[in-house]
Design a protein around this ligand. Structure first.
Ligand SMILES: [Zn+2]
Length: 344
């Protein structure tokens, strides 16, 4: 158990074995052996590793971690593996925190109904419409606070406490599938429309690519399906058709963005997916966006997403008068506790 937690703490802090060895004053080979369960960690080792990572000693003695599958990532190709591991470790830590809180905090039951078989574009539109019902959002309404709707369906949504270069988000069904509470985490330091797209896309993975799904698919197909879902959720077909009548211009797209909180680029893709514009028109719009520099920074600001559930958990479970005692009580490093509170 300790071996698993040593690796976890190291990945949570984005440290190599060598870096942890140096910080803790323990030989790198010993860190490697402890993580690989080839050698037990002495109380002295645990104290040193605790001091180096900031986790309280009690964290290392707390038994098995929640199971966390590889999950789904939204990251750029150049994203570093070490950051990917860190994001997964942080999501896993949030899952453990929420599991400990379930007896204290009233949390909504999980109300997602993942699909079991292969889906086509129309099925995905229907899955998105069904989710709107579950989340209590009208079929024609913009979703002003996407996170609230997703939380209402029992999903944990959390902003990550630190910068995660080239990564946007992660999602998974922890604890061997559908008995666990699903989780979505997202990068804090990006515009609101990108956060919304990430959360909608990851929700698509949870609904479309759960352990229940019985057919094989390529990574590329899964990504396409999740993105189709995100578009359908934020901009349902019926209102998309009305809002993006031809001739579709950048001005119209900017209005759609302001109303529905989906980026101008996303809206252009959605218009193409729904055959509202030709491929040629789509390419032309993309070119116009690039020449205005909108591929780097778009006009029209969309408010940032604001999770509530994780905030409640941190408030109700963290005990004590100081940050360090509250961090201790939720078994987090003080720096991570402080950052998590600030990010949510
Ligand atoms: Zn994805």
């Amino acid at each position: 158990m300790i071996s698993e937690r040593v690796r976890h703490a190291r990945e949570f802090c984005n440290l190599t074995q060598t870096a942890l060895a140096e910080l803790a004053g323990v030989a790198q080979s010993k860190i490697s052996d402890i993580e690989g369960s080839r050698q037990p960690a002495s109380p002295e080792d645990v104290t040193r590793i605790a001091r180096a990572t900031g986790f309280p000693v009690a964290f290392f003695q707390a038994g098995p971690l929640p199971d966390m599958p590889d999950g789904n990532f939204r990251r750029l190709k150049r994203g570093k593996v070490r950051v990917t591991r860190q994001v997964r470790a942080q999501a896993r830590q949030i899952v453990e925190l929420v599991q400990r809180a379930e007896s204290v905090v009233q949390m909504p039951p999980v109300r997602l109904s993942p699909v079991r078989t292969a889906v086509d574009a129309d099925d995905i539109e229907a899955v998105a419409a069904e989710f709107r019902d579950v989340a209590g959002v009208g079929q024609r309404d913009p979703i002003p606070n996407l996170t609230r709707g997703v939380e209402r369906a029992g999903v944990v949504v959390a902003g990550l406490p630190n910068e995660i270069p080239d990564h946007y988000g992660f999602s998974a069904w922890p604890d061997f599938g559908l008995d666990g509470r699903p989780i979505i985490v997202f990068a804090r330091d990006v515009p609101g429309d990108r956060q919304r797209w990430t959360i909608a896309h990851e929700l698509g993975h949870l609904l479309l690519h759960s352990p229940l799904r019985d057919d094989e698919m390529t990574h590329e197909t899964a990504e396409k399906e999740a993105s189709r879902f995100a578009g359908a959720l934020l901009l349902p077909r019926e209102i998309a058709v009305e809002a993006m009548r031809p001739p579709l211009t950048l001005t119209t797209l900017a209005h759609v963005k302001a109303t529905f909180g989906a980026s101008i680029g996303t809206c252009a893709y959605r218009a193409r997916d729904l055959d509202l514009i030709t491929e040629q028109r789509f390419v032309s719009l993309r070119k116009q966006m690039t020449s205005r520099g909108w591929h780097r920074q778009e006009p029209v600001e969309v408010p940032h997403e604001q999770p509530l559930l994780i905030r409640k958990v941190l408030d109700l479970v963290g005990q004590g008068d100081s940050v360090s005692s509250r961090a201790d009580s939720v078994r987090l490093p003080a720096f991570a506790y402080r950052a998590l509170v600030a990010a949510n």
